[in-house]
Design a protein around this ligand. Structure first.
Ligand SMILES: [Ca+2]
Ligand SMILES: [Ca+2]
Length: 279
């Protein structure tokens, strides 16, 4: 059995289930690993399925461990505190996550986003070290590419975010969040990937919901990033009045020119959504 343990000692409040040594990194934790309330529930269910006993241990650390109550009740209590409010899923659902021994949240460790995720082994030097608060995000228009066999978005680099991926029609990345300051400029590096040796000129558009109203239609929310067969770089500066907090960034790459409309399907290429945290 691998070693997964709660690093904190007894703590009265759930909001404070953070290992004492990681207190200073709490903000980093919260913004690097963000799930929707549904996904938070999924992670909880995944833990329950894959690591029976672990949640009981967590419960013992939160509630009074000296009162003998059945394990089912302990888990029910834990769920009540982390996931449910008035019998509905909380908007600010919290979930347990893993940190490595340096207390950094593992970047590509997305285990347990849904209860159907297979029980992959948590690396042995990782431990449970924090709970997360998830934001309620608006529903953005859905889109995708029609063809993904020739070219795709290979990587997106922006501030602390550095995501390399394969060819999907559409991907919604929520496990890692780009963090930027409202008064600074940042380089965004977009790299295309090709299925064969041949490369093609790809058109890139970037959409950011700066005013956080759930669309990409407002002033300066659309950026034509250029056309290139190789990686290209653009500088992004949050416009005056950009709202602070969590928002969405959509990147589209299309061999056939793409569109100014973030909701329009891409002909050949890929669409990727990211979380962006404006500080
Ligand atoms: Ca991709
Ligand atoms: Ca908007």
């Amino acid at each position: 059995m691998l070693k997964v343990m709660l690093t904190s000692t007894f703590i009265a409040s759930v909001a404070a289930i953070i290992a004492p040594t990681v207190q200073a990194n709490t903000t980093l934790f919260e913004s690097r690993d963000v799930l929707t309330p549904q996904q938070a529930l999924g992670r909880f269910q995944w833990l329950e399925k894959c690591y029976p006993g672990l949640l009981v241990e967590v419960s013992d650390n939160i509630f009074d461990p000296t009162t003998p109550i059945p394990n089912e009740e302990k888990i029910a209590n834990l769920k009540k505190v982390m996931l449910y409010k008035n019998s509905a899923l909380r908007n600010d659902a919290k979930y347990l996550t893993f940190g490595d021994e340096d207390n950094a949240n593992p970047k590509n460790w997305f285990a347990g986003i849904s209860p159907t995720t297979s029980c992959l082994q948590i690396p042995s030097d990782y431990r449970i070290s924090a709970v997360m608060v998830t934001p309620a995000m608006p529903n953005y228009c859905e889109t995708r590419s029609r063809e993904r066999d020739y070219e795709h978005i290979k990587s997106v680099k922006f501030s602390n975010l550095d995501n390399t991926s394969s060819n999907t029609f559409y991907s919604n990345y929520v496990g890692d969040t780009a963090k930027i300051y409202a008064d600074k400029s940042y380089q965004l590096t977009l790299t295309p990937g090709f299925s064969g040796a041949e490369t093609y000129p790809e058109t890139w558009h970037v959409f950011i919901d700066w005013n956080q109203d759930g669309d990409f239609k407002d002033s300066k929310e659309m950026l034509f990033a250029g056309v290139s067969e190789q990686a290209l770089q653009v500088e992004i500066t949050p416009p005056t009045g950009a709202k602070k907090g969590m928002t969405k960034m959509r990147v589209t790459m299309d061999y056939l020119g793409g569109s100014n409309d973030a909701c329009k399907e891409v002909d050949s290429g890929e669409v990727e959504d990211y979380l962006l945290y404006v500080k």
